[in-house]
Ligand binder design. Structure first.
Ligand code: PMP
Length: 360
């Protein structure tokens, strides 16, 4: 059976090479006579696997030694509470940047634990736009500033890193981590659910600077205390071992592709091609200002929303799956993470062209 192009926002497409390797190794991993899934997380083989995955990730993102890498569970949603519980401290106040659906969820959760200020909020005039940094009202006494570099649902992405004047920067990078190089030194804490660019669901990556490993709020459950996971090398309890294994294969695959500089070039080219097509068409429309359009998630609408169902059905028949937009915003959304080959975007554009010509 031929594999289709899967435009799902997550769980998303994984590189075929990675899946093939996993298939080959499924029954007998590393010559051990059993699947990696059947290994103890405390056994030598799995400990080595996790160390290798960590080393590869450190290399890919150039993560300095004063940052810890954690392989956790609970999804990015658990980080919505874990970050404030661990970082609010005595200051008990933090600034959040509201740019879409996911930052709103992070804000709602953080409000359970401390005084949360909205330091900036997306503007919608003709198109959605991230407010310019000089319009942000940052509190220099905040415990941290939280933002969402890529809003998966809204298709809004920061193509710059906020300056916070020394206040630790916290980023929910769920749908952008590993899509391009970033300067880790600009961040205090980064977290990301794996099911987009990293691997399968079940794994959450956390990258945290050592000086932020302070005393959490008193009500923090043991499993939500970063220090516990650092001390136990992500194995205080059983990590999502198979997801860790697959993430490790994805990291090795990324290195073979030429690392994140090569991925960035490829991702930018894919996204720009799709936006260019949408912009020159009078049948399709993207709601985001060109300066903050996402390279990973491209929402678009048809000139006539009554054609949405037909568009989706015909796309599916053409081997282009999961193009339906999020239920909160409607329309369409093409998620084009690292594993989506350029041919997938070309096939989508060809299909969209054809659909507009014959149905529009
Ligand atoms: N933040 C962002 C930016 C996301 O895209 C998602 C998932 N789509 C989440 C948080 C929630 O992630 P999870 O389902 O892993 O909790």
């Amino acid at each position: 059976m031929q594999r289709i192009f899967n435009f799902s926002p997550g769980p998303a497409m994984l590189p075929t090479e990675v899946l093939e390797q996993a298939q080959t190794e499924l029954l007998n991993w590393n010559g051990t006579g059993m699947s990696v899934m059947e290994h103890s997380h405390r056994g030598k083989e799995f400990v080595e696997l996790l160390e290798k995955a960590e080393a590869d990730l450190r290399e890919l993102l150039a993560i300095p030694v004063n940052y810890q890498i954690l392989f956790l569970a609970g999804g990015a949603s658990a980080q919505f509470s874990m970050a404030p519980l661990n970082l609010l401290g005595k200051k008990n106040t933090a600034d959040y940047i509201q740019t879409g659906q996911w930052s709103e969820k992070a804000i709602a959760e953080a409000k359970r634990y401390g005084k949360i200020r909205i330091a900036a909020c997306s503007e919608k005039q003709d198109k959605v736009r991230i407010p310019a940094p000089d319009a942000w009202s940052l509190n220099s006494d905040a415990a941290y500033v939280h933002y969402t570099p890529n809003e998966t649902i809204d298709g809004v992405e920061f193509h710059w890193t906020p300056q916070t004047g020394g206040v630790p920067l916290v980023a929910d990078m769920s749908s952008t981590l590993l899509s391009r190089p970033i300067d880790i030194n600009a961040y205090g804490l980064i977290y990301a659910g794996a099911q987009k660019n990293i691997g399968p669901a079940g794994l959450t990556l956390v990258i945290i600077r050592n000086d932020l490993l302070g005393e959490p709020l008193p009500q923090t459950p043991v499993l939500y205390d970063y220090r516990v996971h650092v001390k136990n090398k992500s194995s205080y309890n059983t990590p999502a071992t198979y997801s860790c294994y697959l993430a490790g294969l994805v990291f090795a695959w990324l290195k073979r592709q030429g690392g994140l500089t090569a991925m960035a070039k490829r991702n930018q080219a894919k996204a720009e091609k799709l936006y260019r097509f949408i912009d020159q068409s009078d049948f399709y429309q993207n709601p985001v200002h060109p300066e903050c359009r996402s390279w990973m998630n491209v929402p678009f609408s048809l000139a006539d929303s009554q054609l949405d169902e037909k568009f989706l059905a015909l796309a599916e028949q053409a081997g282009l799956a999961n193009l339906k937009g999020h239920r909160l915003v409607g329309g369409m959304r093409a998620s084009i993470y690292n594993a989506m080959p350029p041919e997938g975007v070309d096939a989508l554009i060809d299909f969209m062209k054809d659909f507009a010509e014959h149905q529009g």
